[in-house]
Design a protein around this ligand. Structure first.
Ligand SMILES: [Fe+2]
Length: 182
């Protein structure tokens, strides 16, 4: 039997009760998300499509200690370097995504000398973990088709004070009034 979305949510509930260490949580969640994304039908089809003219972002499950969303990146869609202030696990359901990770040596006065630590290309079934200390990334759909992902985070990103950086390292606050799931 295929692993279902409800089983995944139940497992997340249990893991986030049992563990407090963020690295441990992502290590336990990663193989489960890897199992879930192997079965695209675990997510209703309407949450695997982008609306006309927009990136797709859908809340699939919102709970106190975690939330699960789907994200549909259209060809050329980019989210510049940003942080999350929590753990995260990202899985690719369909197509592929380019993820660039950074080290962020602070330079003071709202600037950082962003250093690329790696550029990854995640294909279907791939899972990527974000943990404090290594969670600043840029996402880009460099392909010519839509990419479907499932994102799991340990905090609600709505209203959370985060940071984003432009290409030249200038820091800007990132606070989304509504749910921004990446
Ligand atoms: Fe992100």
């Amino acid at each position: 039997m295929a692993y279902t979305f409800q089983q995944f949510v139940d497992d997340l509930d249990r893991i986030t009760r049992e563990e407090t260490d963020q690295q441990t949580i992502t290590q336990r969640v990663a193989p489960l998300l890897g199992e879930l994304v192997k079965n695209p039908d675990a997510i209703p089809a309407e949450y695997r499509r982008s609306p006309d003219g927009q990136r797709g972002r859908y809340m699939l499950h919102r709970a106190p200690r975690f939330n699960v969303t789907s994200v549909i990146w259209r060809p050329g869609d980019v989210a510049g370097a940003h942080n999350h202030e929590t753990w995260g696990v990202i899985g690719v359901v369909a197509n592929e995504i380019e993820e660039t990770r950074y080290r962020v040596p602070e330079q003071g006065a709202g600037r950082a000398a962003l250093e690329v630590t790696r550029v990854m290309r995640h294909g279907p079934g791939a899972v990527s973990c974000l943990v404090p200390g290594d969670e600043v990334h840029r996402m880009r759909n460099a392909s010519d088709r839509d990419t479907v992902e499932i994102h799991v985070y340990g905090r609600d990103l709505a209203g959370l004070r985060r940071r984003t950086w432009s290409e030249d390292g200038a820091e800007k606050p990132l606070v989304s009034p509504k749910y921004l799931n990446c």
